[in-house]
Design a protein around this ligand. Structure first.
Ligand SMILES: Cc1cc2nc3c(=O)[nH]c(=O)nc-3n(C[C@H](O)[C@H](O)[C@H](O)COP(=O)(O)OP(=O)(O)OC[C@H]3O[C@@H](n4cnc5c(N)ncnc54)[C@H](O)[C@@H]3O)c2cc1C
Length: 346
């Protein structure tokens, strides 16, 4: 049985661990904090390859992953016994100017103002039309994280929490071991799934892009679609919570919410869905997206024969988790690669 050590217990590390374990590998996850509490916890959980306007092979990657979601979630629910808040609620992407309405009027998914208001009541007057994206949706990323951890435990994946990897020790073209706060760890293969913190272990071009978020509570639960406006998104959960995001800030690992960040999100959200003005704020938080050049994840082979990369998922790591886990498992266990994805390094 192949021994695999995964550094990082976010959605990417956990999803990959589960897929590998279900193919018979013996997997250990090393996480310096608690699993699922990095970007995975901070996210909005949109499954939105279309609303995000992904292009080329990255769009294909996102569409394929979105397609995989129903079965992927069913497997997780079966293993964990937990609900993940997966909801195919569709996304409304509002258009706010006459010129944009004109430009998009021939788009097959364009709907006019009155149709937009039929798909979702209570939209702001600033919305002049929209794209209706019925196949985009959402998962509750925090529930997902909990389910992934429970599923991993059910498969006897070893999870070492509170263990920091300080160094990936190398000899020529191979990793020999990891130096960690719990001593030396050794394995046949290593997977680097450290999200925005990747550069602290290897000189790879991954940078943290901060996102501030908040949530409000909607007693009436009238919002039934994700609204993906040009300057904010609004994600209703089935329990009445509404997640509003997100700023995009290139400020390193600067922690905390700012008044300007939250004010910007609230102003934009209230203009597209005015009922938010009267809802109580329930939480504010922030997180760090792992940004890679051209926003394309670093996946597959590295400069070291037994080290696999699984990082740089930037704004769409929750969406990309199922396909990342599958491609890496095909690659490591079966030696297969998918020619559709040139960015998967062989
Ligand atoms: C505000 C915000 C909103 C987002 N919204 C969405 C969305 O709507 N849809 C979507 O698909 N994506 C979204 N994303 C992006 C998504 O959250 C990320 O792409 C995804 O979570 C990345 O997962 P990951 O496992 O690579 O990283 P993380 O979840 O950050 O996990 C990395 C883990 O590695 C651990 N680690 C790091 N260094 C070490 C070390 N040296 N030793 C041990 N452990 C280490 C960390 O503690 C962390 O737990 C959003 C992100 C943010 C910040």
């Amino acid at each position: 049985m192949t021994d695999i050590l995964i550094i990082g217990g976010g959605v990417i590390g956990l999803a990959t661990a589960i897929a590998l374990s279900q193919k018979g590998a013996n997997v250990t996850i090393v996480e310096r904090g608690n699993c699922g509490k990095g970007a995975t916890w901070a996210a909005a959980g949109m499954l939105a390859p279309e609303a995000e306007k992904l292009e080329g092979s990255l769009l294909e990657f996102g569409l394929r992953s979105r397609e995989m979601y129903p079965k992927w979630i069913a497997n997780l629910m079966r293993l964990s016994g937990q609900d993940c808040g997966y909801w195919c609620c569709g996304i409304i992407a509002p258009v706010l100017s006459e010129s944009d309405c004109l430009a998009l009027s021939q788009h097959p998914k364009y709907i006019n103002k009155s149709q937009s208001h039929q798909y979702q009541s209570g939209l702001g007057e600033s919305i002049l039309g929209s794209l209706w994206l019925p196949e985009d949706g959402q998962v509750n990323n925090r529930k997902l994280a909990q389910a992934l951890i429970a599923a991993a435990r059910s498969l006897s994946i070893k999870i070492l929490e509170g263990v920091t990897v300080y160094e990936i020790a190398r000899d020529r073209d191979r990793v020999t071991h990891l130096e960690t706060s719990a001593g030396r760890l050794q394995s046949d293969h290593y997977i680097l799934a450290t999200g925005a913190w990747t550069r602290s272990l290897l000189p790879l071009p991954i940078n943290p892009i901060k996102g501030q978020m908040l949530s409000v509570f909607d007693r009436d639960r009238k919002l039934q679609r994700v609204i993906y406006a040009p300057s904010c998104y609004i994600v209703p959960r089935q329990d009445g919570s509404i997640v509003i995001g997100a700023t995009v800030e290139d400020r390193g690992f600067a922690e905390g919410n700012t008044a300007a960040g939250i004010a910007q999100l609230l102003n934009n959200a209230i203009s597209v869905y005015p009922a938010i003005a009267d809802m109580p704020i329930t939480e504010t938080w922030w997180g760090f997206r792992p940004h890679a050049p051209s926003e394309v994840p670093l996946l597959g082979a590295s400069d070291y024969k037994n080290l696999i990369l699984a990082t740089g998922h930037y704004r769409n790591g929750i969406l990309f988790a199922p396909i990342t886990a599958k491609l890496l498992t095909d690659f490591i266990v079966d030696g297969k690669t998918d020619p559709s994805f040139q960015f998967l390094k062989r």
